[in-house]
Write a new protein. Structure first.
Length: 159
């Protein structure tokens, strides 16, 4: 319950922050973008690297809130790679997280390497860009989402 209250509070704060300017800004819509990579060309359904921090944070919130609507879509995002050890099961979860525009809150996606990938997870707190397919899984009655990726692109500039 506290988690849901926190998420709703964060969304409300983002809404207040977005509406407080008084001027309307041109909207940027993350539609299907064709992205060329060194290895191949792929269709990206949601490109979180091409939008403002506020919109990116809100879109990640939407993905977290309704993962079934994004299931099977290709998502590209940049952020800070983080490890989250789960002490009860001895398992470690990995995520790429971003801060909101006020730098008070973080939002992110769990990431897992594809079974056929030869890549390894980067160092904790590295700035990375990832591209992968969103999948959902259930634990008990809760639906979780994660991004299945083939590799991590390390961002040298820290962006």
């Amino acid at each position: 319950m506290k988690k849901h209250l926190f998420i709703l509070s964060a969304a409300y704060s983002c809404l207040i922050f977005c509406c407080s300017c008084g001027q309307s800004a041109p909207s940027e819509e993350p539609t299907r973008l064709s992205v060329s990579t060194a290895s191949n060309s792929a269709e990206v359904d949601v490109d979180l690297t091409q939008i403002s921090d506020t919109v990116r944070f809100a879109e990640l919130y939407n993905i977290t809130l309704d993962p079934k609507s994004y299931e099977g879509k290709t998502i590209r995002m940049s952020g800070q790679f983080r490890e989250f050890p789960y002490l009860e099961g001895g398992q470690t979860y990995y995520a790429v997280v971003v801060q909101d525009a006020g730098a008070c809150c973080i939002q992110g996606l769990e990431v897992v390497l594809d079974e056929e990938s030869t890549a390894s997870y980067p160092e904790n707190d590295s700035m990375v860009t990832v591209e992968g397919t969103l999948e959902t899984y259930e634990s008990g009655t809760i639906v979780y989402s994660r991004l299945r990726v083939n590799e991590f692109q390390i961002n040298e500039s820290g962006s």
